[in-house]
Design a protein around this ligand. Structure first.
Ligand code: MG
Length: 173
């Protein structure tokens, strides 16, 4: 059976992933309102991914006979005036998620819970990608500054993102 502290931490992370999803949905709406449909799509895919993260963690807790603790999901708070502000908020948020994931990995090590450590290791790697993706877009937005043509070009690139439940794909391998 899953250690109670680990169950609580994983449950908090389920909540954090739903909060992430909720935040990205709100950010997607902001981008849509800016007329940036590609960025709105990218953020909507991010919303879909976060839902799968929450669901996989929820399933893992139950598969280990742990308890799932439910809490309220906070209202998303971010500056949605510009796409640069939105992606600054994305990076800031993902750094907080990384801290939560790392804390779970540390607790799993302390409990000698190899299964949980292995499960959460996927998320450790995922967070490296999440932060890298956000930084990449922030860097491009810094180069773009106020160039509308370049912004629309980036928007077209963001529109090509395809949703994949990567953890489900990894489990099949
Ligand atoms: Mg996530």
């Amino acid at each position: 059976m899953l250690d109670k502290e680990l169950s609580k931490m994983l449950s908090s992370q389920v909540n954090a992933e739903f909060y992430s999803a909720f935040s990205y949905l709100a950010m997607s709406a902001s981008a849509d309102k800016m007329g940036l449909k590609g960025a709105a799509h990218w953020l909507f895919v991010q919303y879909q991914e976060e839902l799968t993260h929450a669901t996989h963690m929820y399933e893992y807790i139950l598969s280990r006979d742990g308890d799932v603790f439910f809490d309220k999901i906070d209202k998303p708070v971010f500056d949605g005036k510009t796409l640069a502000a939105v992606f600054d908020a994305v990076l800031c948020h993902e750094r907080a998620v990384t801290a939560g994931i790392n804390a779970i990995a540390t607790q799993a090590m302390k409990c000698f819970d190899h299964a949980t450590y292995q499960f959460v290791s996927w998320f450790v790697s995922e967070q490296v990608q999440e932060e890298s993706k956000a930084r990449d877009i922030i860097d491009k937005l810094k180069l773009i500054k106020n160039d509308t043509g370049m912004l629309l070009s980036l928007d077209a690139q963001l529109a090509t993102r395809v949703f994949v439940d990567e953890l489900a794909a990894a489990k099949k391998q």
